[in-house]
Design a protein around this ligand. Structure first.
Ligand code: ATP
Ligand code: MG
Length: 519
């Protein structure tokens, strides 16, 4: 059986995959995808069991021999002495490499040549463990992964892979202490504190990766746990969302109108459905001259705009019940009003900050936020109950609600289904219980049905800017054409999309003609 997996691993290499060591591929699995993370030290293979349909994420990393491990230990100890506080503005990787190479060199001189010892491998491990993320470094470097999570020691780490969804890996923290130490290291990297007295970590790692963790067995019975939501170097833009089929160009064009006129909007969805991503993508559609203040617990948003102030809440310093030093979302929404913002964006509303936000909407500010809920009714219920306590009469101030869902779609190409996101509905709010549907996603045909005939928002815009309703419908259709053109031309990065949107604001007809000519 083992031989068979060797054969299969070799066979897959012939099919154009990069070779991985057959010893990492368990019996009954074959490699269906493989790629390099860092040559020549670490590669990744995705393996599938055709009988059970199981998929595994396998890290293939060079191993240290026993002798190399002994040298590595000594070098790590020496390095801890040698690494001094860096000069300002020095790149930590460069600094580390310089010092590590010097240390290894000194050490090697002292030991003389040792046959069969790879100093490059030793350096790789030293960098991986001191600067990087140790056992999960390869996962952190793999751009295909969205989430990395560990449910406790002795259990495989799970990853959310862009093409394969949630799958187990061959990486594991075997011992309880090893995992505890790792959590302490994460806290240290994030510049935060975690201990048995305060066993919760909710923080941002360098590189803007979001981490949530629990420490030891204080509050998680299986030992420390963590989840890392990896930061995308290249944020998902509205054109990406069109390309992924998350939203259709007409609905996106309608939202573009709504954003231009600062119509308050609420994104509704459950955990990981893509609320923050959609919110960030919508910010590309604002006029570049608007003054925007964003308010978040953890700084996730990235706006392609200059006139932008980013405010971030701060947890309390104290470990006791008094929240000494805490700056909450509520405090930030209050202070944001002093900035005279055109639009206030709150990453996600959960508590009393929602009330201040609605008050800001009542005084004519634009607002954009998200909420954790399944649908419109559940959203209204949450908004009007403690701790948010929004009076029902205030609800229509939020003129637009859109629901985003993570759904599994079946097709001939994906008989087992594939996970994707869809903007399942866009609604205008007349009053509580009465909503005007602008767009609805049909799960059976995977199509969007739009109804722009009696839009409250377009009517309101028509009344304020003195353009007829039909002219506004034509405007929506021209914008959807521009969005389609960007999608077809591969203009997709959030900066490129924002610059086309800004050009459109400056000279709509010129941009539109270009889109028509080039389509
Ligand atoms: N439309 C999409 N298509 C593909 N991937 C997406 C899409 N939207 C979001 N993602 C990915 O899904 C993950 C979760 O997205 P996001 O952070 O936006 O969700 P969320 O609803 O804000 O989650 P949370 O409730 O944890 O705040 C991210 O890694 C993101 O890159
Ligand atoms: Mg979010």
């Amino acid at each position: 059986m083992a031989e068979r997996s060797v054969e299969k691993a070799k066979a897959s290499t012939e099919a154009g995959l990069i070779a991985v060591s057959p010893r990492i591929v368990p019996k009954g699995f074959r490699v269906i995808e493989s790629y390099s993370i860092r040559e020549p030290f670490v590669r990744v293979a995705i393996a599938r069991n055709d009988e059970t349909g199981e998929i595994l994420y396998l890290v293939d990393e060079v191993k240290l021999t026993r002798r190399e491990r002994a040298i590595y230990q000594r070098i790590i100890e020496t390095l801890e002495w040698e690494l001094k506080p860096m000069e300002e503005a020095e790149n930590p990787y460069e600094y580390f490499r310089k010092t590590a190479v010097k240390t290894v060199y000194k050490y090697r001189m002292r030991l003389g040549g040792i046959p069969g010892v790879s100093w490059a491998k030793i350096l790789y491990y030293a960098e991986r463990d001191i600067l990087g993320y140790g056992p999960i470094d390869a996962l952190m470097r793999d751009p295909n992964l969205e989430d990395i999570s560990c449910d406790g020691y002795g259990k495989p780490i799970y990853v959310w892979h862009r093409h394969h969804e949630s799958i187990p890996t061959n990486v594991m923290f075997e011992k309880e202490e090893e995992l505890n130490e790792f959590i302490l290291k994460l806290a240290h990297k994030a510049g935060k504190h975690v201990s048995t007295a305060w066993p919760i970590l909710d923080a941002m790692l360098p590189g803007m990766h979001r981490v949530a963790a629990t420490f030891s067995k204080e509050i998680s019975t299986g030992g420390s746990t963590f989840t890392i939501r990896k930061f995308r170097e290249d944020p998902i833009s509205i054109v990406d969302l069109i390309n992924f089929g998350t939203i259709d160009p007409e609905t996106a064009a309608f939202l573009w109108m709504a954003m231009e006129y600062k119509m308050p909007a609420l994104i509704i969805g459950v955990t990981g459905s893509g609320k923050t991503t959609l919110l960030n993508a919508l910010t590309c559609l604002f006029r570049p001259t608007l003054k925007i203040v964003t308010i978040e617990d953890i700084p996730e948003l990235r706006l392609p705009l200059e006139n932008w102030v980013q405010l971030v809440a701060r947890p309390s310093y104290s470990l006791g019940p008094e929240k000494i030093g805490e700056i909450s979302l509520f405090d930030l929404v209050k202070v944001s009003l002093r900035y005279r913002p055109d639009v206030i964006i709150v990453g996600e509303v959960r508590g009393e900050e929602a009330y201040v936000l609605f008050q800001a909407l009542a005084t004519g500010h634009g607002g954009l936020t998200s909420i954790h809920a399944e649908d419109v009714d559940a959203t209204v219920k949450r908004l009007t109950s403690p701790p948010m306590n929004i009076p029902e009469g205030y609800i229509p101030l939020m003129k637009l609600g859109m629901i985003i869902r993570r759904v599994r779609l079946f097709s001939d190409e994906h008989p087992a289904g594939r996970i994707t996101r869809r903007v399942a509905g866009v609604y205008e709010v007349k009053q509580v219980g009465s909503y005007n549907r602008i767009s609805l996603w049909d799960p059976y045909r995977d199509r969007f049905e739009r109804n722009l005939k009696d839009s409250l928002i377009l009517t309101e815009i028509s009344e304020t800017v003195g353009r007829s309703y039909d002219q506004l419908l034509e405007e929506v259709s021209r914008r959807s054409m521009v969005l389609r053109w960007m999608a077809s031309k591969g203009i997709r990065s959030y900066r490129d999309v924002a610059s086309i949107v800004h050009l459109y604001y400056a000279d709509p007809w010129r941009m539109y003609r270009r889109a028509v000519e080039e389509t």
